[in-house]
Every structure is written in structure tokens, then in C-alpha cells.
Design a protein around this ligand. Structure first.
Ligand code: UD1
Length: 435
């Protein structure tokens, strides 16, 4: 199993480009199934989850080619409607293929994804939305069998979400694009990745209004067209590297993300003692579904141990749960008493125990973690148990005196192209130490 070795306490310096967004690319790749033809996505990150999505699409009958960061998906012919079990188990988000298969083929099968280390992660909202559109769903022995009713076409309707689930909103969008009539989604997730998906689908010929708000309206169409779209930079990867600067100190510029998608995390870096400047002027235009915004540059510098923060995770525009662990890591190495309330996934304090091995002082009180800034951490042997928690251990290790070895880094590879490449380009002492 791959591991990472980090020699800490080296300030970071320099400029790096941020990879394309995992959470934006995956639903777009699933959506390519809706079109009987070619979809080209550029800036698709080279990570395990996008490789897994390509394998699933191929198993269903698509032809997929990757050239650098571009992925070409030809979904001219779909031969199967069953999402292979082994992939659903390794990548929960593949559940959204159900909506795409129902829209395109009138039927789809998928196994129940089950829970994971960060929480139970039910899919009741996904299934409610599909049922509301007329899908008949049978669940037997952990397999979900969905069928679009008599004429094989889902029907537009009003779907009201009691919680703005990202995955369920994507599921409903994919199902609604080719449905008959108008679908209205109320209480939709407003994450930047949803706006991106709407922009991408509209570029394919879908008719979606309201991107970036909690009410989406989709006028179903009969077919889509060949299209090309650029995936935007990954705000969570950018936020993780920002946390790395707060942990290790230094002066770093991150290129290729939309600063507006990271408003709250950037404000918190400043509140914690970092200096943040953004410039959107030199970036390329990025379609967001709510118009065009510029990708830009984010410069983050930090001189000393970070100051304390109080934060609560929540649906966008609140603080992203995916950055909770990286923030915990730099706050543990900072000064003062910080409080983090995790309100999205119940099991997401898994790294607290690993951070304690590095000298962190953390008290867990239900959904809240109280972090007593230790001023500095010490190198240790730790284990990555999930994707963002694993990246957060690398953040902590950058602030630790001596050497840290992080085991089980396959989780990190699910979402970061090459965390060692990126951080060592900024001068960090970090490297892979083999299988
Ligand atoms: C997506 C992101 C993940 C991010 C999360 C929240 C992808 C591939 N993953 O995950 O990185 O951390 O959004 O921003 O984009 N819930 C239900 N019933 C449902 C669906 C969700 O109760 O049917 C609950 C979940 O258990 C969780 C909360 O809603 O407590 C948020 O989940 P959701 O927004 O759906 O996250 P994901 O789409 O799984």
C-alpha cells in the first residue's frame, strides 16, 4: 500500500495550478450517458475516481478515451443498464448513474451503496426524486431496480428536497433533462459543482433555469447534441493547499480556481492570521451555469502559528465539510482554542485520533470538536482513513517537527492527482515511499 513521508516545518513558497474538480467532473461524465453521441470534457483530473467512472461507462457500452486532461466519451450505443457492483462499492457517487440511465434507456440497475467511514449516507432523497418522476423502484437483496413506467419516459413534476443534498440534486437533474414536460426542483443544493453541471447540460442542449439558486426548473427535451466543456478548478484541493500554507507558513499562489467559490474558507484563513489576496482579472472565462466568471489567482501567505477559529460545516454557501479535516489539521498546530461543528456527515472526526498521535489536543463532544492549539506538532506514524482526512494528515505533517509517515494513502489518490508533486513544487519535504 502506498505511503507518504513528510519532513515538516519547511515554509511553502511558489505558484501552482490547481487540478480540475473531482465533484464537478464525475456528474458530467455520468451525464454524458444522456446523449447518443460525443461529449468532450477538458481539465478532467487524473485521479482514481474519474478512472473508475470511465470504467463504468465502458462497462455500459460507451467508448471512453483519455488524452492528457481531456476525456472523450462516445455514448452512441448503450449495451447494458446495470452499473457494475464493484464500482458502486468503491465510488458511492456512481449512484447518480441511475437517473442518467432512466433518462436515456428508461431503466437502470444499481446496487445499494451502503455507508462509509464518514457516515451512513442514505439515498432516500435520490429515490424519492426518481419515484416522483414516475420511476417504479424495486429494492431486493441490496439491488435497486428502476424502470421509467409504461412508455419508458420519466415525467416532469415538482420535487421538494427536505435537505439540499448534492447527489440527490444531481440525480434529479440528470433524470429530468430528457423527461416529458417541466420538472421543478425546490430546495436544491447550490454548490458550485451543481451550477457547473447545469452549465454543462445546457451546453449539451438541455434547458435548465435557476442554476446557483435553490429552485431549478428543467424543461425536458427529446435529445441532446455533441458538446465540449471545461471542468473548473477544484475548490477543495485549493482549500487543502491553502490549509497547508496556514500549517507550514510561507507564501503561495494558487492558479486556476474561481476565488468566489471559496469565499468563506478564504475569509477564515484571513481571520486566522493569514494574508489572502485574490485576482480574477488574469484568469480564463469559466461558464458556471449562471453566466461566466473568471478563474483567477489566490495568494495566501502566513507567518506564524494560525490563530483560533470557530466554524460550522453546512450546505453551500456555508463552510464545506470537505475542508473540515484540513482546517482541523492547521488549527491543531496553531494557537488558542478552536471549535468545529460538523453538521453534514456524522462520522467526520476520524482524523482527530491520528492528529493526537502527532501531539494535537482535541476533545470531541458529539458533533463538535474542541481543538486546543498545540503551537506545533511532532512527526509520527499515522494512517489515512478517508480521502479528505488523509490529505489533512499531510497538512498536519507539514507543521510537525521531524518526520511523519502517512500509511494507506490510496484514499488520497481518489481525489488528489498527486499531492506530493504539488506540495513539493512549493518546497515541501514530501514524497511517496512506494507500495
Ligand atoms: C457530495 C460530495 C462530497 C461532499 C458532499 C457535501 C461528490 C461526489 N461528493 O457528496 O464530497 O462532502 O456532497 O458537500 O460530489 N443525505 C440523506 N439522504 C440522501 C442523500 C443525502 O439523508 O438521499 C444526507 C447525507 O447523509 C449527508 C447529507 O445529506 O448527511 C449531505 O449529503 P450529500 O449532499 O448528498 O453529499 P454527497 O452527494 O454524498
Amino acid at each position: 500500500m502506498s505511503a507518504i513521508r513528510v519532513s515538516g516545518c519547511i515554509p511553502l513558497k511558489g505558484e501552482i495550478s490547481i487540478q480540475g474538480s473531482k465533484n464537478a467532473a464525475l456528474p458530467m461524465m455520468a451525464a454524458a450517458l444522456l446523449h447518443k453521441g460525443l461529449t468532450v470534457l477538458t481539465n478532467v483530473p487524473r485521479i482514481q475516481d474519474t478512472a473508475c467512472m470511465m470504467k463504468i461507462l465502458e462497462a455500459l457500452g460507451c467508448s471512453c478515451i483519455r488524452r492528457g486532461c481531456s476525456v472523450f466519451i462516445d455514448a452512441g450505443e448503450i449495451k447494458k443498464t446495470q452499473v457494475p457492483q464493484e464500482y458502486v462499492r468503491s465510488m458511492r457517487s456512481s449512484i447518480i448513474l441511475l437517473g442518467a440511465l432512466l433518462g436515456r434507456m428508461g431503466q437502470g440497475n444499481c446496487c445499494y451503496p451502503g455507508g462509509c467511514l464518514i457516515g451512513a449516507r442514505p439515498i432516500d432523497l435520490h429515490l424519492m426524486a426518481l419515484k416522483k418522476m414516475g420511476a417504479v423502484i424495486r429494492e431486493e437483496d441490496g439491488i435497486i431496480e428502476a424502470c421509467a413506467g409504461k412508455d419508458g419516459r420519466l415525467k416532469g413534476t415538482e420535487i421538494v428536497f427536505s435537505y439540499p443534498s448534492v447527489g440527490a440534486t444531481e440525480q434529479a437533474l440528470l433524470a429530468a433533462v430528457l423527461a416529458e414536460g417541466v420538472t421543478i426542483i425546490r430546495g436544491a443544493a447550490m454548490e458550485p459543482e451543481i451550477s457547473q453541471l447545469c452549465g454543462f447540460l445546457n451546453n449539451m442542449g438541455a434547458v435548465i433555469c435557476g442554476a446557483g439558486t435553490k429552485n431549478l426548473m428543467i424543461q425536458g427535451v427529446r435529445s441532446l447534441r455533441d458538446s465540449a466543456f471545461r471542468v473548473e478548478g477544484d475548490r477543495i484541493v485549493a482549500g487543502t493547499y491553502g490549509a497547508a500554507v496556514m500549517a507550514a507558513g510561507g507564501d503561495v499562489t494558487l492558479k486556476g480556481v474561481r476565488p468566489s467559490a471559496l469565499k468563506l474558507p478564504l475569509a477564515l484563513f484571513s481571520r486566522s492570521g493569514g494574508k489572502v489576496t485574490v485576482s480574477e482579472s488574469s484568469g480564463r472565462l469559466q461558464a458556471t451555469g449562471i453566466g461566466c466568471e473568471k478563474e483567477g489567482r489566490i495568494r495566501i501567505s502566513s507567518k506564524g502559528p494560525a490563530g483560533p477559529l470557530a466554524l460550522k460545516t453546512g450546505p453551500y454557501p456555508e463552510f464545506p465539510t470537505d475542508l473540515q479535516s484540513p482546517f482541523m489539521a492547521f488549527l491543531a498546530a496553531g494557537r488558542g482554542v478552536s471549535r468545529i461543528e460538523e453538521r453534514v456527515f456524522e462520522g467526520r472526526f476520524g482524523i482527530a485520533g491520528e492528529l493526537e498521535k502527532m501531539g494535537a489536543l482535541i476533545r470531541l463532544e458529539g458533533k463538535t470538536a474542541v481543538i486546543y492549539g498545540a503551537g506545533s506538532l511532532k512527526g509520527s506514524a499515522v494512517k489515512a482513513a478517508d480521502l479528505r482526512g488523509g490529505a489533512a494528515l499531510a497538512v498536519a505533517a507539514l507543521a510537525a517537527k521531524g518526520e511523519t509517515v502517512i500509511e494507506d494513502c490510496r484514499h488520497i489518490e481518489r481525489g488528489y492527482e498527486d499531492i506530493c508533486r504539488d506540495l513539493s513544487a512549493l518546497g515541501a519535504g514530501i514524497q511517496w515511499i512506494g507500495e
